[in-house]
Ligand binder design. Structure first.
Ligand SMILES: O=C(O)c1ccccc1NCC(=O)[C@H](O)[C@H](O)COP(=O)(O)O
Length: 257
């Protein structure tokens, strides 16, 4: 059983507890669409990541509001918040705090298996949700994609290979993320972005986002040169003493060190 299988099994058990367990009334600051900003300029989707299955604890005691404000101040295109509790030590509370504090798009980074999770993410202030092609049956992927779309959410569709990319394109996904991390071995390589960028229809209006394994701004620049319009960065920003400078260097606002 892979780590992704284990995570998905946990999610399918967890969601039964969500029914009617979250308030739906809270208002959050309005947020623009990520697709619009990435079509105009390259950007960093900057992640709040306390821990991970591949690395264990990263920064458990982070002040998520302070971290998110640093990201936003440096020009992050969006903020990703890991909300999974068991494997990533995140929470829906983290998402709410961030969504209240910032005016950039906010991604609920979790492993979606049902409509109720999508509603819960939106109720907690997310404007973007993640759907992982490898984690869902085709029918589930289609159903959840169209449901999230009907709620006005943006959807980041994550792929790992050419077959999954075809599925994302067939769905009409505008935000397509290539995960550089092999979720079976945890090996990380920008080669995945390179491979799939060769097959990506850049004139389609969809944007390619390179996810995972960026160690420094130079890696982000490599991903942009391959055709990515966005990069999704977690651990490097969480471990950085100056995440704002990291983002400014990745977006060319500041010279890289
Ligand atoms: O990060 C992990 O170990 C992991 C393991 C299994 C499934 C997903 C995982 N990560 C989720 C992510 O997509 C990353 O947090 C995100 O792309 C940022 O990656 P990084 O910059 O390498 O922290």
């Amino acid at each position: 059983m892979t780590i992704l299988d284990k995570i998905m099994e946990t999610k399918r058990q967890e969601i039964t507890a969500y029914e009617n367990s979250y308030p739906k009334t809270e208002r959050y600051p309005d947020k623009p669409k990520l697709i619009d900003s990435l079509r105009k300029s390259r950007g960093v989707i900057s992640e709040i990541k306390r821990a991970s299955p591949s690395k264990g604890a990263i920064r458990m005691e982070v002040d998520v509001v302070e971290q998110a404000r640093q990201y936003e101040g440096a020009g992050a295109a969006a903020i990703s918040v890991l909300t999974d509790e068991q494997y990533f030590k995140g929470s829906i509370e983290d998402l709410k705090k961030v969504a209240r504090a910032v005016s950039v798009p906010v991604l609920c980074k979790d492993f979606m298996v049902s409509e109720i999770q999508i509603e819960r993410a939106q109720a907690a202030g997310a404007t973007i949700i993640l759907l992982i092609v490898a984690a869902l049956k085709d029918t589930e992927l289609e159903r959840l994609f169209h449901y999230a779309d009907s709620l006005g959410l943006e959807i980041l569709v994550e792929v790992h290979d050419a077959g999954e990319l075809e599925k994302a394109v067939a769905l009409g996904a505008q935000l397509i993320g290539v995960n550089n991390r092999n979720l079976k071995t945890f090996e990380v390589s920008l080669e995945r972005t390179a491979e799939l960028a060769e097959k990506f229809a850049f004139d389609s209006g969809s944007v390619l986002i390179s996810e995972s394994g960026m160690n420094d701004a130079a890696d982000a620049h490599k991903a942009y040169e391959l055709g990515a319009q966005g990069v999704l960065v977690g651990e490097a920003l969480m471990r950085s003493e100056n995440p704002a400078a990291w983002i400014r260097q990745a977006t060319g606002q500041e010279a890289a060190q």
